[in-house]
Design a protein around this ligand. Structure first.
Ligand SMILES: [Zn+2]
Length: 126
């Protein structure tokens, strides 16, 4: 799948976030308050990224997870854009941007908060 094909499969907003490291507005996404059991896949390639088992209400306005569903499917890299030092989260299969990971997650679950844009995800109900 080349970049033009990816662009045609996505809405402008999805493309902006997934392929241009954008961020959706807080509390705007479809999955912020989704409490159904299932799997969250990459919107671009279908790679399994997160499970509802690891989802928690962070109050930030973005779907938040304590861990990836499949560790080797989810990559991280330093992101120093916008004058901030953050850790970007991306899909290892297609390279699409997903969000960022922070160290203020629930301590009993490892302390990580994967802050992910709803538009990057496709939910598959169990
Ligand atoms: Zn992907």
């Amino acid at each position: 799948m080349n970049e033009e094909e990816i662009k045609q499969r996505l809405t402008d907003e999805e493309y902006r976030v997934l392929r241009q490291q954008g961020t959706e507005a807080p509390f705007s996404g479809a999955y912020v308050d989704n409490h159904e059991q299932g799997v969250y896949r990459c919107k671009v390639c279908g790679n399994e990224l997160f499970s509802s088992d690891a989802k928690f209400d962070s109050g930030t306005g973005w779907p938040s997870f304590t861990d990836p569903a499949v560790a080797e499917n989810v990559g991280t890299r330093a992101d120093d854009s916008h004058g901030m030092s953050r850790t970007e989260v991306f899909c290892k299969h297609c390279g699409s941007h997903l969000g960022h990971v922070f160290d203020d997650g629930p301590k009993e679950a490892g302390g990580k908060r994967y802050c992910i844009n709803s538009v990057c995800l496709a939910f598959e109900k169990e």
